[in-house]
Design a protein around this ligand. Structure first.
Ligand SMILES: N[C@@H](CCC(=O)N[C@@H](CS)C(=O)NCC(=O)O)C(=O)O
Length: 340
């Protein structure tokens, strides 16, 4: 991506207390990348997103110019390519540090740390008691969890989080370093590791203090506080420029549709096993959806890009929707009825 593409407008659709959205906000702030935000309700419907022709229901999504990116894992990788004049937050390719960074991402998301953290949300939070919210999340997770089941999951979840903190306390943070990869400033590895713990530490009542607190894990808790201080300092240093302007759905839509594309059309790699198996070609109508949560919200559009890491679909509204291959399923529109 060129310097010119760095100047394309960036819109973050999110709600600020989403821990996944925080991953992206922190990244943008620490790197000093300008963006605007289009704030969303915590439950469906989200007409601001629907008008982009996007059915994906998870938060956050991020647009760069007329390209819309799904999933924080892809979003952060794309942001790494922007603003080449600003130092990247990610470790250099081909290094041990890169391996640690990528494995921390997988640990928190695929390894179940986030799911366990979400099982520790205090059930008396007003939002969690709202029947509309409960119904919405039943759609999201594919069923409602009863109070009894939630209560029974709690001890397991505490134990998982405790073990995860212990791992950090006794390995990567054991020598008292400031940052996971011994960098001068927080790096992407810190973002990948800190977010579920930062979330829980900031929610009174989520963690039982006799099990998981600064007393048991002083290095982890000091690192969480240090991370928050670094993000606040980065935001303060940039002054008003770091505070994102909030735009309406109308303004965001106009900004996106009037922009150039951030990326050249990558095309469909015909050698991709999935393209071969389903006979997918450029221009075919396809369906695309995440496999872990929010799977009933499926995007449809014209396949314009496919490789081992990413799939790109053009929506009816004229934006290009990018999703990572990992954690997403792609099918020809006509075959999805068989649910292959
Ligand atoms: N793997 C996704 C997960 C995103 C996710 O689960 N986000 C939550 C909010 S923290 C969500 O969308 N919840 C349902 C909703 O807000 O509709 C990512 O990395 O972006």
């Amino acid at each position: 991506m060129s310097d010119a593409s760095s100047r394309l407008p960036i819109v973050l659709y999110h709600y600020p207390y989403s821990p996944f959205a925080k991953r992206v906000v922190w990244y943008l702030v620490l790197r000093g990348i300008p963006y605007v935000q289009c704030l969303q309700p915590p439950i469906m419907p989200r007409p601001d997103i629907a008008r982009l022709g996007v059915k994906y229901r998870r938060i956050p999504i991020l647009s760069i110019g007329r390209d819309v990116y799904l999933d924080t894992r892809l979003i952060i990788q794309k942001l790494e390519q922007l603003y080449p004049s600003l130092p990247k937050l990610g470790a250099a390719d081909g290094t041990e540090q890169k391996a640690i960074e990528r494995l921390l991402e997988a640990y928190a998301i695929d390894g179940g740390i986030f799911v366990r953290a979400s099982q520790l949300l205090p059930t008396d939070l007003p939002l969690l008691k709202d029947p509309k919210f409960q119904k919405d999340r039943a759609d999201f997770f594919g069923g409602q969890v009863s109070r009894e089941v939630a209560a029974a999951l709690r001890p397991e979840a505490v134990n998982e989080i405790k073990n995860a903190m212990e791992l950090l306390e006794t390995t990567l943070l054991a020598d008292g370093r400031d940052w996971i990869l011994k960098t001068e400033q927080p790096s992407l590895a810190d973002i990948e590791a800190v977010w579920p713990f930062h979330w829980l530490a900031g929610l009174p009542g989520a963690l039982p203090a006799d099990q998981v607190s600064a007393q048991q894990f002083p290095n982890v808790y000091a690192w969480i506080a240090r991370f928050q201080a670094a993000v606040s300092a980065a935001a303060k240093k940039k002054g008003a420029a770091a505070r994102p302007k909030s735009v309406s759905g109308d303004e965001a839509h106009k900004t996106i549709l009037e922009s150039a594309f951030n990326e050249a059309n990558v095309g469909v790699e015909s050698s991709e096993p999935i393209a071969q198996f389903h006979g997918l070609k450029s221009g075919h109508s396809v369906e695309l959806w995440p496999t872990d949560s929010g799977s009933s919200h499926r995007d449809t559009g014209k396949l314009v890009g496919l490789g081992g890491k990413e799939v790109v679909v053009e929506t009816d509204a004229g934006v290009r929707l990018h999703a990572p291959r990992h954690g997403f399923r792609l099918r020809a529109a006509s075959t999805t009825a068989s649910n292959l």
